[in-house]
Design a protein around this ligand. Sequence first.
Ligand code: ADP
Ligand code: MG
Length: 442
Amino acid sequence: AWQATLGQLQMDMSKAAFETWVRNAELVTHDGETFKIGVTNAYARDWLESRLSSTVARHLTGMMSRPQKVEFVVWHKEYEGEGESEGVEEAAEEEPAPAPNPTINSRYTFDTYVVGANNRLAHAACMAVAENPARAYNPLFLYGGVGLGKTHLLHAIGNQAHRQGLQVLYVSSEEFTNDLINSIQKRNTAAFRDRYRRIDVLLIDDIQFIAGKESTQEEFFHTFNTLHGQDKQVVISSDRPPKAMVTLEERLRSRFEWGLTVDIQPADLETRIAILRSKAERASRQVPQEILELIARQIQSNIRELEGALTRVLAYSDLSGQPVTQGLVNSALADLIPQHSSLGVDAVVTAVSSVFGVPSDRLFGRDRTREVALPRQVAMYLMREDANISLPQIGEALGGRDHTTVMYACDKVADLMQRDDRLRRQVLQVRDQLYGQARAAA
Ligand code: ADP
Ligand code: MG
């Protein structure tokens, strides 16, 4: 029954997710009502437990024809050789798993962080620090815009350092400030100092908020000096580089620049698509490439919003029972991207004309040569799909064609886009222009 369930999962899940999480899972025991499934490490266990336990139990129940429970356990085969691979070492290190650190989010790890040109340096610096706290770069100062993954990287360092048995503390600079204020009110600053100065790795997020707060800066300065002086790692994030923090005391600024300062830039299109793909896979969802691309093109700067957009699209699809199509994406994201109502015939024709290099007047005309016919059909498709213009109106605008011609054109373009990469890209480029315009106008 377990083998059959594996087969079923392999069909349901993406290949990468299956390979990563399920491939090595093995049946350990079955006592008639509970399948105990052994996996190689705690990540896999948590992942499977949170995402698949009910699905697996359902499959097993179906096959055993009485209710079955499933339990995932970390389990090592006896004969596993030593030093076989990194994975084995990691699993071995995890055996006496340290109690979770309440300040660290275990979901934010290096494994789930997608690396692209925009964050390669920051990612490498964080990995180096996590592997060799206080030996690589100290302090490490990370800066970048909202939603670009600074907090994620801090937690990734935290998770790794924690697993090595180090004392890790993650705080936002606001929490640090509040803690300080509370300790002053309660006349208990000794406990405050103790808490902050006993740790091995201090991860302090959004430091820009302490700029201008004198007593907080003062206290942080001492905390920093104590930790740094004892060879403890400090990692700082901010929305801007130290130089741009105008009300930061000079002595703090110069401390921040002692180590390494790295920035995170907005992700390019490829990285955004990769992030969406990884997120879809982790949720065990199959989403066609062109849909990921459509979402990635529409949400350009903030990864949190990008993830939110995907979640929203999937929820729309689940709730409506419809497959994830471009049309569904457009309605799911309609409020996030204010273009649909403002799109008209002219805007579409202009954008199609520039992407396909065919003059607008030829698109409006009756000319049926190939190099005009396809772009015109694309224009019809977009007027229908994105601008919600009626078939007769579209036909009338584009050379006085009847609505069945328009309908045929829309179907043909939708169909071609499934197969023709180049056309798919061109359509996305047109959409890019349309949405860009609508955004600028909004
Ligand atoms: P910041 O702290 O810079 O505002 P966060 O670290 O909170 O941004 O990131 C926002 C969201 O985007 C988080 O859910 C995070 O996991 C995700 N995210 C950001 N960058 C990446 C990336 N490169 N790969 C995967 N997820 C990312
Ligand atoms: Mg953050």
